[in-house]
Structures are given as structure tokens and as C-alpha cells.
Design a protein around this ligand. Structure first.
Ligand code: KIV
Length: 272
């Protein structure tokens, strides 16, 4: 079954059915109406308006400065560009960690104001009561465990999680807690292949990996990484399928040269 074979808008139930049928789920980030539309037209199942926008769009070096206003603004833009894929807003740092009530109020804004189909938040067992609160209120939640970019300051940087038996056991418990709380799927970030295999086998909900190997039910990547647009840092887990940064620089330089030489605009671009 290809990603295009689901008819109409993709729902969380459709995602589960695809995963149950053995189809790999395809997810990517997008941050505006244009990239949302391109991703949607390419037939991905899920578009995450990731807080990775902090680096890809806003020029920060981490996701931590991203605000709820930034995230809602970009999520609404993506929703305007997408017809079919499930659009998930990524709740920024401190918009869901303070109390489940505050999380619920903020998560609700993704559905009511931005038109998203659900939200993602980072954390395992400690976030399970919050996930349950949101799900009981009718908000689909995508969990996220393993390497948690919003916790890099306490975690001591970006690293692969679950390499010790103790950490692996805790991550398995986190995954089960997220499922138990009602999440419709869970992102596994930065895990050894064997652990994500074990977690995927022990859950009923789909696992969506990033830097977690091929055994996951689906994969997610940052759009700018797979397009070769973000050159500041290219993580080992990604694969540039294009060289758009290079192509853009080249196009802008040719435009610069033609303007300097007085050959742009030419006859074709001029009005008589
Ligand atoms: O913000 C993000 O892009 C993410 C990923 C899972 C890719 O959280």
C-alpha cells in the first residue's frame, strides 16, 4: 500500500490501520504553508510542525527559545497548505510541563486556533498523566521518548539513549506508559537499533523513529535535513536527498551577476 492509497484526510485511526497492515509510516517536518503543501503533495502520512523550527527557521542553536506563539503561528501556516496528511503541532519547552491543566489549555489552542490534528510532547512516564489529560479531552497526542531536545541541558547534550541495561529498561517503561496514557503513536529519537526493535515489538501503537534504526513502524526526518537545506549540522541519522542550499546559493548568485551586468531584467521580463 503506498502512502497515497488512504483516501481522504489521514486520521490517527488510519495511521494505526496502516501500521497494523505492515505499511511503514512516513513523516516529515514542515514549518510553513509552502513546505507543508510540498510534503503533503509528496504523499507523506504525517507532518510535524517541529520545534526544530528554532534551528531551521528562527536561527536559534536549540529548540528551547521557541515560544507557543511561534509554534501556533507556524502550525496554522502549515495547516493552510495541507489537505491530506495528519498535521501535528509540537508543543514547545514549558508549555506543557508545569501542570496538566496548563498543558490542556495550550494544547487546545493547536486544535482551535491553528487547526492542527493533534500535538506532540516530549517525555515518558513523567508526562503520562499529562498525555492522559489531553487525550481524555479529545486531543490526539504523539509521544516522544529517548533523546529529548528540550532536555539537552540536563541530559548533557545530544547523545544516543538506552545504551546501558538500566536506561534501556527505563525507556521501555516510558514507551509503555506513553501508550497506556493514550498516545496514538510515539517518536523514538536517538536509540540503538536493538532497543527500538524491542520497544516496537512490545507496543501496539506505532513507533516513529529518528535515529532509531529501521525496525520502527515509521520514520520521521527534519525536512531541511533531507532537502540539504540546513548545512550547519548534518546528523548521522539523516540523508540529504537533494542539495537545495547549494542550488539556492547558485540561483541567487546568477541573479546577482545578471543584475550587475545589466542583463536582468531582459526583454521577456519587461512591459511595453
Ligand atoms: O522538532 C522536531 O523536528 C522533532 C522531531 C521528532 C523531528 O521533534
Amino acid at each position: 500500500m503506498s502512502p497515497r492509497s488512504v483516501s481522504g484526510k489521514i486520521t490517527v485511526r488510519a495511521l494505526q490501520a496502516l501500521a497494523d497492515a505492515g505499511q511503514k509510516l512516513v513523516a516529515v517536518t514542515a514549518y510553513d504553508a509552502l513546505t507543508g503543501r510540498l510534503a503533503d503533495e509528496s504523499g507523506v502520512h504525517l507532518i510535524l510542525v517541529g520545534d526544530s523550527m528554532g534551528m531551521t527557521m528562527l536561527g536559534y542553536s536549540t529548540t528551547i527559545p521557541v515560544t507557543l506563539a511561534d509554534s501556533l503561528h507556524h502550525t496554522a501556516a502549515v495547516v493552510r497548505g495541507v489537505r491530506k496528511a495528519l498535521v501535528i503541532g509540537d508543543m514547545p519547552f514549558l508549555t506543557y510541563q508545569i501542570t496538566p491543566e496548563e498543558a490542556l489549555r495550550n494544547a487546545g489552542r493547536y486544535l482551535q486556533e491553528a487547526g492542527a490534528d493533534g500535538v506532540k510532547l516530549e517525555g515518558g512516564r513523567s508526562m503520562a498523566p499529562t498525555i492522559a489529560r489531553l487525550v481524555h479531552a479529545g486531543i490526539p497526542v504523539l509521544g516522544h521518548i529517548g533523546l529529548l531536545p528540550q532536555s539537552i541541558l540536563t541530559d548533557g547534550g545530544y547523545r544516543i539513549h538506552g545504551r546501558t541495561p538500566e536506561e534501556a529498561r527505563e525507556l521501555l517503561e516510558d514507551a509503555r506508559a506513553v501508550q497506556e496514557a493514550g498516545a496514538f503513536a510515539v517518536v523514538l529519537e536517538g536509540l540503538p537499533v536493538s532497543l527500538s526493535e524491542q520497544i516496537t515489538a512490545s507496543l501496539n501503537i506505532p513507533t516513529i523513529g529518528i535515529g532509531a534504526g529501521p525496525a520502527c513502524d515509521g520514520q520521521i526526518q527534519v525536512l531541511h535535513d533531507i532537502l540539504g537545506l540546513f548545512e550547519a549540522f548534518v546528523p548521522k541519522h539523516t540523508k540529504p536527498y537533494a542539495k537545495l542550499a547549494e542550488a539556492a546559493r547558485d540561483a541567487i548568485a546568477r541573479y546577482r551577476d545578471e543584475v550587475s551586468a545589466g542583463t536582468f531584467p531582459g526583454e521577456e521580463q519587461s512591459f511595453r
